[in-house]
Design a protein around this ligand. Structure first.
Ligand SMILES: NC(=O)C1=CN([C@@H]2O[C@H](COP(=O)(O)OP(=O)(O)OC[C@H]3O[C@@H](n4cnc5c(N)ncnc54)[C@H](O)[C@@H]3O)[C@@H](O)[C@H]2O)C=CC1
Ligand SMILES: O=C(O)CCC(=O)C(=O)O
Length: 449
């Protein structure tokens, strides 16, 4: 990289920090992308002339709103709602909603920023956005969750639409929440506009495979990384963090491809089950009964539960972080590498800290960053939008085949972009550059808007 390009990148990063004070997760996500872009500015100086990086770092629109709701005892609560419409150069804003007490503008902006490049990598016509609230559905009754969702959608409905902005789920937002949100949108708009939300139930406009897509897609991505090294999942011991939507379907696909998952977690602790995780039980506990993962041991006496345990201390060959951001730090990465881990695929968004990424890169293990590895979820959301637009419903096998091809293409595009810029086999550089170029070229074509 030239000194000039390095200086340009540093200046942009400092501007981002100054303009968005206190938003640490957003700064982290921006830095990771900017660190890859120096060689791009050298080869394609017109991106700098058009101030594309500066424009990409500034959301097109940020919406913050009050969400008042009443609990079952009649007490009133006030939460904060967010929707950051980051970039619509490639299509309507697309990205999930997160309901979790840790949500604030910096979290939604990091997620929305990641979504721009991830969505571009899918090759489908979707822009980037993200939203959510500091509301935590855990421990709330169905009626409380419904009242919250209705209040949240009453305001959000002004800003979304199948051609404008199409939200979906993320942490704390599954098919129950999407149902309540869709119901309120339908009632307020007096239209059955299926394409306004994705992740819908199969009986009311949802797509087969959307529930499975992020986990399945992440495993397909890792499978491609392994194949590129003449290896496969067959016989591999694997560890998956979390036990939510992404984790569950990551485990399912690993088992289908011949690997064995021996550990998973939730925010309370870690389960280790040497003979392999019993996924039917996890689905029952988590998807149906909404219980804590520690209850797994009530049914399997040979499984161990470690309260506040560290899932990355369990020796494995493949690790798939599928819970939340910054859940795997430099020390965890060193432990994984020391224990023989050869591949890491991120189902979660930004789960590895910058120090952890450095450890994986220096050890030259196969490391698939979230914006590439977990793109199967949003890609299948775009397939849901296609089905809604054509009033069609595809079979499971056809939809899964489309997902699989998309993940193979993303893997190839990352490798090719990395190769073009002298960073062979570096999926971080490859994903950032391949995603960036698609968005940047579209932004230039659309003029200064
Ligand atoms: N649902 C989707 O289609 C997609 C989700 N993602 C990302 O995947 C990750 C997981 O999302 P979902 O499975 O949808 O959410 P979820 O709400 O279904 O599950 C989240 C899981 O993470 C665990 N968790 C949360 N905070 C934790 C912490 N501090 N320590 C340990 N475990 C923790 C929870 O206990 C739960 O098991 C998130 O980073 C999300 O942004 C990425 C792409 C698409
Ligand atoms: O399906 C979608 O629209 C969004 C999925 C998502 O939130 C993500 O990719 O992080």
């Amino acid at each position: 990289m030239t000194e000039k390009a390095k200086k340009q990148i540093e200046e942009i990063y400092h501007q981002v920090i100054a303009r968005n004070p206190g938003e640490n997760e957003f700064h982290q996500a921006v830095k990771e992308v900017l660190d890859s872009l120096g060689p791009v500015l050298v080869k394609y100086p017109h991106y700098a002339e058009h101030k594309i990086i500066e424009r990409i770092c500034e959301p097109e629109r940020q919406i913050i709103f009050r969400v008042p709701w009443e609990d079952d005892r009649g007490e009133i609560h006030i939460n904060r709602g967010f929707r950051v419409e980051f970039n619509s150069a490639l299509g309507p804003y697309k990205g999930g909603l997160r309901f979790h007490e840790s949500v604030y503008l910096g979290v939604i902006k990091f997620l929305g920023f990641e979504q721009i490049f991830k969505n571009a990598l899918t090759g489908l016509p979707i822009g980037g956005g993200k939203g959510g609230s500091d509301f935590n559905p855990k421990g709330k009754s169905d009626s409380e969750v419904m009242r919250f969702c209705q209040s949240f959608m009453t305001e959000l409905s002004r800003h979304i639409g199948e051609k404008t902005d199409v939200p979906a789920g993320d942490i704390g937002v599954g098919s129950r929440e999407i149902g309540y949100l869709f119901g309120q949108y339908k009632r307020m708009s007096n239209t059955y506009e299926s394409g306004v939300l994705t992740g819908k139930g199969l009986a009311w406009g949802g797509s087969k495979v959307r529930k499975e897509a992020t986990g399945y897609g992440a495993v397909y991505f890792v499978d491609e990384m392994l194949k590129a090294r003449n290896d496969s999942f067959e016989g591999k011991t694997c560890v998956v963090s979390g036990s939510g939507n992404v984790a569950i379907y990551t485990i399912e696909k690993i088992h289908q491809l011949g690997g064995k998952v021996v550990a998973l977690s939730d925010s309370g602790g870690v389960i280790y089950h040497e003979k392999g995780i019993d996924l039917d039980l996890v689905k029952q506990l988590k998807e149906v009964e909404r219980r804590r993962i520690k209850d797994y041991c009530n049914y399997h006496k040979d499984a161990e539960y470690k309260p506040n345990g560290n899932v990355w201390e369990v020796p494995c060959q493949v690790a798939m972080p599928s819970a939340t951001e910054n859940e795997l730090d430099g020390k965890d990465a060193e432990t994984l590498v020391k224990n023989g881990c050869i591949a890491v695929g991120e189902g979660a968004n930004m789960p590895t800290t910058p120090e952890g990424i450095k450890v994986f890169q220096e050890a030259r293990i196969a490391y698939g960053p979230g914006k590439a590895a977990n793109a199967g979820g949003v890609a299948t959301s775009a397939l849901e939008m296609q089905q809604n637009a054509s009033r069609d419903s595809w079979s499971f096998s056809y939809t899964e085949e489309r997902l699989h091809k998309i993940m193979i293409n993303i893997h190839r595009d990352c490798l090719e972009a990395a190769q073009e810029f002298g960073a062979s086999n570096d999926y971080v550089t490859g994903a950032n550059i391949a995603g960036f170029k698609k968005v940047a070229d579209a932004m230039i074509a659309l003029g200064l808007i």
